[in-house]
Design a binder for this molecule. Structure first.
Ligand SMILES: [Zn+2]
Length: 495
């Protein structure tokens, strides 16, 4: 695994961003390895399943208030918005901090439908920096969750949200790479499921403006940001008023057709050949931003290396006379970081019938230790194992108590866990089709989604042990007499 990881997580692979050269190089490296270890291709001689993508890159944004034009990235910014847009309004509604909380409510008795809302960033605090909302010096999620205000504004029918960013000048630099980065979607996004998701993803435009821009907009009303903040602080209630200046926003994007690829290798079963056991890991990561390479050693070089080694173990076993009874498919997917795209494409265009897909063991980050386990590193989070098949859950537990003896942590398996990890990696696309899954995960850590997620921080001993647990579980599922059963009643999908 160290050998594979030192290649995949090296600077040469440029952070393996979906659709970019580094990702394609990684696909080639994995495919070459599948060939070398004598896996059979599940597609053509390339071992690849190609999928088409639409790449949307923000091109320009123009904003006008009254007669005055404002400049993108200098006076304001817009978070990436998937579609071209031309928005016009006769006025702007200033709405305090844009917060609706029982302790402080800007929305009370105010109709914001189809309005352009202008709000202060952050939340109201008293003289001692105590938040009106939390009652402590800590911010509430109205401040820490940068999309919360716009999600709420959208739910009330507002058509755009403009937030006054109190640190505009300091923020615009690091925001820039995010603001300019392209988004990807599957070109063949036709299923109902994806329509629903698209709908969910549809956001209202969210802008940030500087205090200077805000004061400019307030000048006709003889107001300024400082005065407003002080007034709210003193009154302890919201202030809102209408600004009778017209507002236009014009967002333009550039669209390109690109493609990416999943890599699939297999070992055919010798007894129940048409039943397939899937072991997966995404091999894409975040790419290069501001000249910094995000190598993604843990996320998810660790899972990719584990899948490659496991494939080799099954292949060596076959050569030693231990061909699995069921067919083993090893698939590394792309597009995960862009919204589980590769696995979504696969499960909508399956190469093996979904009905014959016995399970999906998905690995996403297994080479590190999270803060909670600093003193007991012999652990692994198990997510989803009991959601569809009790057999699967038991087999995994047995494999662990017999061989690997890790502490299996089910904390994130709780459906009420706010992290919602169950929905956040590739197995979810299989689960949605009724395929039993397990998601193997070490939790997040200080280098998660940072350019510091490097190979020198990987713990190879624990990575090995965790990969072995997946191996033993896969081995049992592939070789037992009976196919595992889907016996857990499924709730009808709720929106
Ligand atoms: Zn990941």
């Amino acid at each position: 695994m160290k050998k594979h990881l030192s290649i995949l997580a090296s600077d040469e692979y440029e952070g393996r961003e979906t659709g970019k050269e580094g990702q394609k190089k990684a696909a080639e490296y994995i495919a070459d390895n599948f060939k070398k270890i004598r896996l059979k291709s599940a597609t053509d001689e390339t071992y690849l399943q190609k999928f088409p993508l639409t790449q949307t890159t923000p091109e320009s944004a123009e904003a006008e208030v009254g007669e005055k034009k404002y400049e993108n990235h200098k006076d304001f910014y817009v978070f990436p918005y998937g579609n071209d847009l031309k928005l016009e309004a006769k006025s702007i509604l200033f709405l305090g901090y844009g917060i609706a909380d029982e302790k402080y409510d800007d929305y009370k008795n105010i109709d914001v439908k189809d309005k352009i809302l202008l709000v202060l960033g952050g939340e109201p605090m008293n003289d001692d920096s105590i938040s009106f909302i939390t009652g402590t010096k800590d911010f509430s999620d109205w401040t820490s969750d940068f999309r919360k205000k716009s999600r709420f504004a959208k739910s009330k029918g507002a058509s755009a949200l403009v937030i006054i960013n109190m640190n505009f000048e300091a923020n615009i630099q690091f925001l820039k790479s995010f603001l300019e980065s392209p988004s990807l979607k599957l070109e063949t996004d036709t299923s109902e499921k994806n329509d629903e998701r698209k709908d969910e993803r549809k956001k209202i435009p969210q802008l940030g403006i500087s205090i200077k821009t805000a004061n400019d907009i307030f000048s006709d009303e003889k107001m300024n940001v400082d005065d407003i903040k002080k007034k709210i602080q003193k009154k302890k209630t919201s202030i809102s008023f209408e600004i009778k200046s017209s507002f236009t926003l014009h967002i333009k994007n550039k669209e390109d057709k690109i493609s990416s690829e999943n890599v699939l290798g297999m070992i055919e079963g010798n007894e129940f050949k048409d039943e397939v056991v899937f072991v997966t890991a995404h091999y894409d990561h975040l790419g290069v931003h501001d000249g910094k390479i995000f190598n993604g050693a843990d996320d998810n070089g660790s899972g990719t290396a584990a899948v490659m080694e496991m494939a080799e173990a099954f292949s060596l076993a076959k050569e030693a006379g231990f061909t699995p009874k069921r067919t083993m498919v090893f698939m590394t997917v792309a597009g995960e970081e862009k919204g589980l795209l590769g696995s979504s494409y696969y499960t909508d265009h399956p190469i093996f019938p979904i009905k014959k897909t016995v399970c999906n063991l998905n690995i996403d980050m297994i080479g590190r230790i999270d803060d909670e386990h600093k003193d007991s590193i012999n652990y692994l989070y198990i997510i989803g194992s009991d959601k569809i098949s009790t057999d699967l859950h038991k087999i995994n537990e047995n494999a662990n108590s017999t061989y690997t003896k890790l502490k299996l942590d089910y904390k994130f398996n709780d459906p009420n866990d706010p992290n919602r990890f169950y929905y956040r990696s590739d197995h979810y696309n299989f689960a949605e089709k009724g395929v039993p899954i397990i998601f193997y995960f070490n939790g997040t850590h200080e280098d998660y989604h940072k350019e510091t997620d490097d190979i020198d921080k990987i713990n190879f001993d624990i990575l090995t042990k965790r990969a072995q647990l997946v191996f033993y579980t896969a081995w049992e599922i592939a070789n037992r007499k009976d196919r595992i059963e889907c016996d857990v009643p499924q709730e009808k999908e709720k929106k």
